[in-house]
Design a protein around this ligand. Structure first.
Ligand SMILES: Nc1ncnc2c1ncn2[C@@H]1O[C@H](COP(=O)(O)OP(=O)(O)OP(=O)(O)O)[C@@H](O)[C@H]1O
Length: 788
């Protein structure tokens, strides 16, 4: 935060230069000059490298010219030392046209009036304060509801978010009031921390500074710059370079297209800029603030529309957006507040006439709009899109690009990765990456073809597709375009490499339970809207049940009992696994995105288990009842043999079988989730489902002798069907129902209460172990930043 020579002696001032405005802090000195490491950089050849120093002396501000060549001027008069205060206007290097510095005081806000002056830069650049609050008392409460001392009208802010408290020995501290999205001090999440004069408190889209006993608020309205400096990404043990010293400045409200051949590093760059996979070297400045350092706070202001749709396409537009709003906004937002924001984005993206339409029935371009609408819910200032036009026809592509132009014009910085060159002219800047993640061009798209000396884009791209030595990068570095659009436009001096690895913070907008509630409702709605899934779900237990019933006839006998039990076992296994096997992999893109905006991994898994588990248990009951209704489950009495059992080990046989089959199906469902979390593609799940079913049948104990076979017997304990079938066999006393064979003489098939109860414990334990495996596998697919 810089050096603090002493207590404040002069009032804080606002310094407005040609480039920005900032609050200057009386506790430190400011160097002015061309030197990019100066606190105030005046990038003009008439200004000396070290031109002047601004500091406080005896209760006022003083500007000293430190021997500049072309001088410092106040009202045309050359000055060496000048007292400055509100209203002072100086020029450097030339009395009439040199770069200027105008000083202003901090305003006192009139009641009901929002002050509009320009202001500060402390850890970074801020713009106009949106309010200045005289501290009303020892405690200032900050939050979204109207009864706070400082009301922040922002859905990312909790109703009662934080308090600024006066400390008994002087000074202040900031205290987070268990807010949903957290309170940040200089970019780091804090529960309670003392507050210094140069510190910045981040709450939602606002930054708050304590200046001269007043609380000054700056709101991030979206007009932010992006300054990318020397990004390098390496992977693997050989440190292969995927991104090679990429840097560029991007002004606020700009639309940047990132183009380049396949494998050039566009997605790698996007991951580095969004912080999902931070660069190994280099800095990303979000409006002057180090994005990696302040990631925990700034990540909510970054929107990312991945290439794959992040939508449940079975839902209507409004419903999908409403669920997304529930997950992203603080738990204390009222439904009407969320709905109002959903309506706003629907209107903003021109989706009013489609809002009740099922997303799956929309065109590709409209679907992309819905994905963008979803990201805009939280009002991100930086919006990234990964190939939003891929798969669209040229007309739709143009319309999407025009829409992005509009989003940037409305006050956002938009970065779009694209393969298409059709609509590049709507962009302000074009970054062309050459293989190896090297910059082949950065500048206005209109100048790019001339730069490459080509008339058409394909030829221009061909020129560097085979550039493995980095010739394009070297050529660009020495080009006028590099000087004009990279060096000259860079708003901030190059920062040293980010020292701290970014952290994502643990704050979640919703409590775990509330997330679970939303996820369960959304998942149930998605499944209910999937007609094919519903049909298969209802039909499967009936079909398998009927087959079993036909096999069983009126009674279980020596001939049919093994087949009937195997069919029921296979039915339970198939029902559970088939329900689950696609359910995680099919929404991986959604999961990845929602994880970054606060989704709990365990809440996500439990929502799947709750919904699929309920369905699975109901299906198992149907399967058992249909399969065994009216079937006598006890063996024929035989002469010289003990009387057959007529009841289960604990209760009547049918309920006991329902419990065993339901638990088996439930555990198989969790095993299906393991497969789903493991695979990369939905298509891979079907062969694995078949394999799982075969393994479960083989290791059930009715096809292969397991008891007493070392290795096989122990391996079978990991297979749900071993325990499930054991419980079923114990209920019907299989060992006496059939003529004894090495297989049916298995002790795990005896009519024993203890053994049955052991199965009832083993199956949930297996389900839990599979659940933990799903959690570990889910983590593998998350962005790097989530795994830190
Ligand atoms: N984790 C990784 N380990 C090793 N190499 C990787 C890794 N991720 C990406 N790459 C490689 O880095 C290069 C750049 O990949 P990237 O996905 O960023 O390219 P791209 O320009 O986005 O390609 P496309 O246009 O096909 O999506 C590719 O050659 C890719 O194979």
């Amino acid at each position: 935060m810089g050096e603090r020579p002493g207590a404040p002696t002069a009032p804080p001032l606002v310094l407005v230069t040609d480039r920005d405005s900032r609050l200057i802090d009386p506790t430190r000195a400011y160097h002015l000059g061309r030197d990019p490491t100066s606190e105030i950089v005046l990038d003009d050849p008439r200004v000396s490298w070290h031109h002047a120093v601004l500091r406080t002396a005896e209760g006022h501000w003083l500007l000293e010219d430190v021997g500049s060549t072309n001088g410092t001027y106040d009202q045309g008069r050359r000055v060496d030392r000048e007292d400055v205060g509100p209203g002072t206007s100086l020029r450097f290097g030339d009395p009439a046209t040199g770069p200027s510095a105008i000083f202003a005081g901090l305003p006192c806000p009139a009641p009901d009036e929002r002050p509009t002056l320009l202001v500060p830069q402390s850890s970074g650049v801020f713009r106009s304060p949106s309010s200045v609050l005289e501290l009303p008392g020892a405690t200032v409460r900050i939050g979204r509801s109207q009864d706070n001392d400082l009301v922040l009208d922002d859905l990312l802010v909790s109703r009662r978010h934080a308090e600024l408290r006066e400390l008994p020995g002087g000074g202040h501290e900031i205290v987070d009031l268990d807010s949903h999205n957290g309170t940040y001090l200089n970019g780091r999440p804090v529960r309670r921390a003392p507050l210094g004069p140069a510190d910045i408190v981040g709450i939602g889209h606002s930054a708050l500074c304590l200046v001269d006993g007043r609380l000054v608020e700056y709101t991030d309205t979206g007009e932010i710059s992006l300054d990318v400096q020397h990004l390098v990404v390496r992977v693997g043990p050989d440190h292969r370079v995927l991104l090679d010293d990429v840097g560029f400045p991007l002004a606020e409200k700009a639309l940047l297209a990132v183009a380049g051949p396949s494998g050039a590093g566009k997605s790698t760059l996007l991951n580095a800029l969004t912080g999902l996979r931070p660069a190994d070297q280099g800095t990303v400045l979000y409006d002057g603030r180090d994005l990696y350092r302040d990631y925990a706070e700034l990540r909510r202001r970054i929107g990312l529309v991945p290439q794959d749709d992040i939508l449940h396409t079975q839902l209507t537009v409004r419903r999908a957006l409403s669920y997304a709003a529930e997950l992203r906004f603080p738990g204390d937002t009222a439904p009407h507040e969320r709905e109002a924001r959903v309506s706003e984005v629907i209107h903003e993206l021109g989706l009013e006439e489609r809002d009740q339409q099922v997303i799956a029935s929309l065109s590709g371009g409209q679907r992309k709009r819905v994905s963008i609408a979803l990201e805009l819910l939280t009002k991100p200032s930086l919006l990234f899109l990964d190939e939003p036009t891929s798969g669209l026809d040229p007309g739709m592509e143009r319309s999407v690009m025009r829409m992005l132009r509009g989003l940037a014009d409305d006050g956002r910085t938009v970065v779009v990765v694209t393969h298409s060159v059709l609509s590049l002219n709507v962009c302000d800047r074009l970054l062309v990456l050459a293989p190896g993640g090297r910059t082949a061009y950065y500048g206005p798209p209109t100048e790019a073809l001339a730069y490459f000396g080509q008339e058409e884009w394909p030829e221009a791209f061909e020129a560097f597709e085979s550039d493995s030595a980095g010739v394009c990068q070297q050529r660009f570095r020495t080009s006028p375009q590099y000087r004009r659009y990279v060096t000259a436009e860079a708003a901030h001096p190059a920062h040293p490499p980010a020292s701290a690895a970014p952290v994502i913070g643990r704050e979640k907008p919703q409590s775990w339970l509330s997330q679970l509630g939303t996820l369960v409702r959304r998942y149930a709605a998605v499944l209910a809207a999937d007609r094919l899934f519903l049909t298969v779900m209802i039909a499967l237990p009936f079909i398998i049940g009927v087959m079993c019933r036909v096999m069983a006839g009126s009674r279980l006998t020596d001939e049919n009992s093994i087949n009937c039990l195997l069919t029921l076992c296979l039915g339970g296994v198939l029902i559970g696994s088939a329900n689950a096997v696609r359910e995680v992999v099919k929404e991986r893109a959604i999961y990845r995105r929602e994880r970054v905006v606060g989704l709990s991994r365990s809440a996500y898994l439990v929502s799947k288990v709750v919904v699929l588990g309920t369905i699975t248990v109901a299906q198992s009951a149907v399967l058992t009842v249909v399969g065994l209704a009216g079937v006598t489950l006890s063996a024929q009495p035989r002469p010289n043999a003990p009387p057959p059992v007529t009841t289960g080990v604990l209760m009547p046989q049918v309920p006991e079988l329902i419990i065993a089959i339901a638990l088996l199906a439930f555990t198989s469902m969790t095993l299906g989730l393991v497969v789903s979390a493991f695979v990369d593609k939905e298509e891979t799940t079907m062969p694995l489902l078949v394999l799982l079913a075969i393994v479960q049948v083989v290791f059930s104990g009715l096809m292969l002798k397991l008891h007493g076979v070392p290795g096989l017997e122990q391996f079978a304990w990991l297979i749900p069907s071993r325990w499930g079938l054991s419980a079923m066999a114990r209920t019907v006393d299989l060992s006496r129902l059939t003529v004894p064979t090495p297989i049916t003489a298995d002790p795990m098939f005896r009519h024993e209460r203890g053994g049955w109860l052991l199965s009832m414990v083993a199956l949930p334990v297996l389900a839990l172990a599979y659940g933990l495996a799903v959690l570990a596998l889910l983590r593998r697919h998350e962005p790097t930043i989530m795994r830190k």
